[in-house]
Design a protein around this ligand. Sequence first.
Ligand SMILES: CSC[C@@H](O)[C@@H](O)C(=O)COP(=O)(O)O
Ligand SMILES: [Zn+2]
Length: 211
Amino acid sequence: MAQTLDDLPPRAALAEIARDFHARGWMAGTAGNLSARADDGHFWITASGMPKGRLDELDFLLVRVKDGEVVERVRPENKPSAETAIHRAIYALFPAARACLHGHVVTAAIAADRAKKGAKSLRLPAIEMIKGFDIWQQNPKVDLPLFENHLDVAKIARDIDARFKKTKPAVTALMVRAHGPTIWGASLQQAYNRFEILEYLLRYQAQARAR
Ligand SMILES: CSC[C@@H](O)[C@@H](O)C(=O)COP(=O)(O)O
Ligand SMILES: [Zn+2]
């Protein structure tokens, strides 16, 4: 087995993550989309509508960050993820982001349901695992940015762009209400680790509230 996901070619790593997330219920059916930067101006992203437990390296398209143009597709029938605009926003906002992972996670959707109407963030529990987001404070007050879901995905992407241009998020993650989390990282392995950690934090919070 490769030492880390970053030792694999990006599309192989993304297909492996998709199988893993599917098995854990975070990419049920065709839900979720994954991408990795190929170079500063382009990223590989999952084709739209594919069963995420069964991707292979041909199920990715190369997209240009600045205008969303598809510059390479192996299977002519493939279209880029319906949520490509969100990945483009993240890569344009954060030059250090090398990977961006979106899933549909029950714990996260329920946490967002609990938030007040109009709430702009979810407070994360101040437990040891928060250090996985590189936060090294005693009892930190860390907020996960929360966005409204819209049928028009470009509108979600514009909201993300507008908010993050004004205020940098405390974590490399965001949540779209009634939809799912998107997590990015300085490497594929870091994005994967942080996705797991965010799910752990929200699961901890739900279980702590229920006890
Ligand atoms: C199960 S439908 C989910 C989609 O609407 C969407 O939210 C999603 O995550 C996957 O879309 P895709 O176009 O396959 O990348
Ligand atoms: Zn989605």
